[in-house]
Design a protein around this ligand. Structure first.
Ligand SMILES: [Zn+2]
Length: 90
């Protein structure tokens, strides 16, 4: 086993790297690999951008939904089509 990472090693750790979940040693090895491998450098760059976009678009809708609409949706989900209430004057 060599000292540096292979392209496969980098690809496997790309997610953790971008999420900041990688240890110092692994981060260093990836950096070294990116310095000599344009392909992985590009790959990480692309992935970072994609993740940033996903995060931005995922954060948006929750704030856009009006609280009243959210309540209505939650009420419907919590009580799906229960038995109809008996009419008092049936
Ligand atoms: Zn590579």
């Amino acid at each position: 086993m060599g000292i540096g990472f292979t392209c496969k090693d980098v690809a496997e750790r790309a997610n953790a790297l971008i999420d900041g979940e990688l240890g110092f040693a692994d981060r260093l090895k990836i950096r070294l690999h990116l310095a000599i491998c344009k392909g992985c450098d590009h790959f990480i760059h692309q992935m970072r951008q994609t993740k940033a976009l996903i995060r931005a678009s995922a954060a948006m809708p929750a704030e856009e939904v009006p609280p009243a609409a959210l309540d209505a949706i939650l009420a419907r989900v919590a009580r799906p089509e229960e038995e109809p209430e008996p009419k008092p004057d049936g």
